[in-house]
Ligand binder design. Structure first.
Ligand code: FES
Length: 257
């Protein structure tokens, strides 16, 4: 009896599992990747005017669209007007919730791995109940899709001349990745055609079905878009900072800025 109780206690120990694969690898990679992005983006956004973020036709995506009224003090970074929306969108994203619950809260660390003892209340209590606001974060994120594409198109126009540079290409790729991440949102998929029992009953429903199929294509690889867009936006921001601060030179058809 005592032996059975001891065995049961061991089975319930935090981190206990019968899995023999490297289940810990994914949480470690997620914690490292997300941690690096959070640290970099915080520094980049807070430095604001103290670390140039625009040059020629390029504007860092952390600052797009640029909101810089005359009354804004130097110490206030214009990125702070922009970042709350994408931040809310990412932190409440269904995929990221799964990823950072595992990586940072170990709740659970992985499938079939014992999580810390304690009562589980899901996302029904404060503060996690705020995750239910994801749909509203989606509305804000959707506004940024055309805004980022506008910034991408603008990056091909400098001093009245059409041209292309490495920065234009990066900004365009970034707009595409963020669009695919946003359009693959589970809430959007539900919004466009969730709850419809008949896709062919009217022209409007057929249009919703087409939209649903498009969203589904992006949704099937939501994790891929989540990571590529995260890495893409960070690298684009870093590249523009380096060019704007004369650390590197942007190869482009305009010659120089
Ligand atoms: S579920 Fe990931 S962005 Fe909506």
């Amino acid at each position: 009896m005592a032996q059975a109780t001891g065995a049961l206690a061991r089975e319930r120990r935090y981190g206990k599992t019968q899995r023999r694969d490297r289940w810990w690898l994914e949480p470690v990679l997620v914690a490292t990747g997300l941690g690096a992005f959070i640290a970099y983006s915080t520094v980049s956004a807070l430095l604001g005017e103290h670390w140039a973020f625009e040059v020629g036709p390029y504007l860092s995506p952390f600052f797009e669209p640029l909101i810089r009224p005359d009354w804004l003090p130097d110490w206030f970074s214009p990125a702070l007007f922009i970042l709350p929306a994408p931040l809310a969108f990412r932190t409440t994203c269904y995929y990221y919730r799964r990823a950072y619950y595992r990586a940072y809260f170990m709740s659970p660390p992985a499938c079939a791995v014992r999580e810390p003892a304690g009562s589980y209340s899901g996302e029904s209590r404060f503060p996690l109940v705020l995750q239910q606001l994801h749909r509203f974060a989606l509305y804000a994120a959707l506004v940024f899709v055309p805004v980022l594409w506008f910034g991408a198109l603008r990056s091909y126009w400098h001093d009245g001349e059409l041209g292309v540079g490495l920065g234009s290409v990066l900004i365009t790729v970034n707009a595409f990745l963020l669009m695919m991440y946003t359009f693959g949102c589970h809430s959007l998929r539900h919004l466009v055609a969730g709850g419809l029992n008949c896709f062919s009953c009217s022209t409007f429903r057929q249009a919703r079905h087409r939209a649903w199929r498009f969203v589904t294509v992006a949704n099937e690889h939501h994790r891929l878009w989540a990571w590529t867009s995260l890495i893409g936006v960070g690298l684009t921001d870093l590249y523009i900072h380096l060019v704007a601060n004369d650390v590197i030179t942007d190869p482009n058809t305009w010659g120089s800025f």
